[in-house]
Ligand binder design. Structure first.
Ligand SMILES: Nc1nc2c(ncn2[C@@H]2O[C@H](COP(=O)(O)OP(=O)(O)OP(=O)(O)O)[C@@H](O)[C@H]2O)c(=O)[nH]1
Ligand SMILES: [Mg+2]
Length: 196
């Protein structure tokens, strides 16, 4: 299952990992339905809509989609064998500070904690869009994100966090290997292959 805020790059990542051809888009809110794709070995890949603000839809619709995501996660916690949280790491601190000023928590941090709590294990994290800021900024954002999700013990989570750029094709091999080996260890032979 792939989750994260709108526009983080979830559908783009799925396309890269599986060869599927999902619709991606510049605006937040391209994927609007919980979308299921059959993989090998009886596995199902789920592309969730983004959790948070969508563009071009009413507040009511946005709330409906957000509720649907939370329900999906709660109802399926026994069935989800691997969660991948996709986020835009290039703007992480900026967005987090803006939210905190208004008294809210980062949706990415909240989601990481929610998934850990619901699924009993920390998700894999695709820290995407590293092409959109310089190395120092990305490093600082990554550090801040890992501090927040691990309650200041980043070593606990660092082997689950993968800095990537889908646009530039960076870091995808490592992430794919990690996903693949987790699923192979569970007994799935060729898990990332789609079923026609
Ligand atoms: N610069 C940059 N842009 C990217 C990267 N990955 C994805 N994008 C762009 O980000 C936009 C959103 O990508 P999507 O894959 O549709 O994102 P999503 O998370 O599925 O979005 P929703 O369906 O709206 O929740 C698209 O314009 C992508 O081309 C990246 O690594 N770098
Ligand atoms: Mg999408």
């Amino acid at each position: 299952m792939f989750t994260g805020r709108p526009n983080a790059g979830k559908s783009s990542l799925i396309n890269q990992l599986t060869g599927l051809n999902l619709i991606t888009g510049k605006h937040a809110g391209t994927t609007r339905k919980v979308s299921y794709y059959r993989l090998n070995d009886g596995l199902v890949l789920v592309d969730l809509p983004g959790l948070g603000k969508m563009t071009g839809v009413s507040k009511k619709y946005e709330e409906k989609v957000n509720r649907r995501i939370i329900h999906f996660l709660k109802d399926n916690k026994e069935n989800i064998i691997l969660a991948v949280l996709v986020l835009d790491i290039s703007t992480f601190m900026e967005v987090t500070w803006r939210l905190e000023k208004k008294g809210f928590m980062s949706v990415d941090v909240e989601m990481a904690k929610f998934l850990t709590d619901k699924l009993g294990e920390f998700p894999l994290v695709a820290a995407n869009k590293i092409d959109k800021a310089n190395k120092k900024e990305i490093e600082a954002n990554l550090q801040d994100f890992m501090n927040r999700i691990s309650d200041c013990d980043p070593k606990e989570v660092q082997d689950r966090v993968f800095p990537i750029s889908i646009k530039k094709g960076k870091g995808l091999g490592e992430l794919k290997t990690a996903i693949h080996s987790i699923l192979v260890d569970m007994g799935y032979k060729n898990p990332l292959k789609t079923k026609n």
